[in-house]
Unconditional design. Structure first.
Length: 247
């Protein structure tokens, strides 16, 4: 891991290169890697590209426009990831003409939006007929269990699997795939090692505001994307939802 980020953490995005953030970064990375083959040779809009690492991963196999409202993020993406066309714009009104892209990728973003329905209609508008929408988002059932109001103060509305499916269908899409991210064997071992949940162990450190225990930081820094799995099985128990839909 590098000594620090070039783009600061905000609570609304994760960035590569921070040991304490590595679990969340790898959890996001596995979704990008799972969905990337659907972008082969396509023109892709990543709506809400954040730091840009995901757009850069997709740009290894596609033509990628990275869109974000944060001016500092767009400057960072343009400087660090030359294969990504970085564009500043509002997700509520995508700055593209109708039917101009093959894929819209929206990973770990929709839970931050106030008008999710309007955003999805915009995605449908800019997609070519038959184009694909790729969405990942925290599973409300496991991320904020027993609540309708998100625990994360940066989230406006979290979705359960059925709610995400209904939302994209209402915007005119046909769901092709709905799966979820789960811990693989190595992370399940860490769950047992750290009192039943490696996630809770990290949250407790963040809430306490104390330094990281060395054993926890070492374990978190060593997490790899391959330590997660993406499957359609046991969807309600998944950590993040992974959806593919057709316009």
């Amino acid at each position: 891991m590098s000594s620090g980020p070039t783009l600061p953490l905000t609570g609304e995005r994760t960035v590569p290169g921070i040991a304490e953030e590595n679990y969340w970064f790898r959890r996001h990375e596995i979704a990008y890697r799972h969905l990337a083959p659907l972008c082969d040779g396509k023109t892709v809009l990543e709506a809400g590209c954040g730091e840009g690492y995901g757009a850069a991963l997709l740009a290894e196999r596609a033509t990628v426009i990275g869109l974000d409202y944060d001016e500092s993020a767009i400057e960072h993406v343009g400087g660090k990831y030359p294969d990504v066309r970085a564009v500043r714009g509002n997700l509520a009104s995508l700055p593209l003409r109708d039917g101009t892209v093959d894929v819209v990728a929206n990973l770990q973003v929709i839970e931050h939006l106030w008008d999710q329905e309007g955003f999805l209609r915009e995605c449908h508008r800019v997609l070519r007929p038959g184009g694909r929408l790729l969405v990942t988002t925290p599973n409300r059932i496991t991320f904020s269990p027993g609540r309708d109001t998100p625990l994360n103060p940066f989230h406006t509305r979290e979705l359960a699997p059925s709610e995400l499916d209904e939302l994209v269908r209402a915007a005119g899409f046909a769901t092709e795939y709905l799966g979820g991210v789960h811990h693989g064997p190595a992370l399940r071992e860490l769950d047992e090692r750290f009192g039943g949940s490696i996630i809770d162990a990290q949250v407790q450190v963040a809430v306490a505001g104390t330094g990281w225990p060395e054993d926890l930081l070492t374990a978190v820094a060593a997490v790899a994307a391959e330590d997660f799995t993406v499957t359609e099985r046991d969807l309600d128990a998944s950590l993040d939802l992974v959806l593919v839909a057709r316009a």
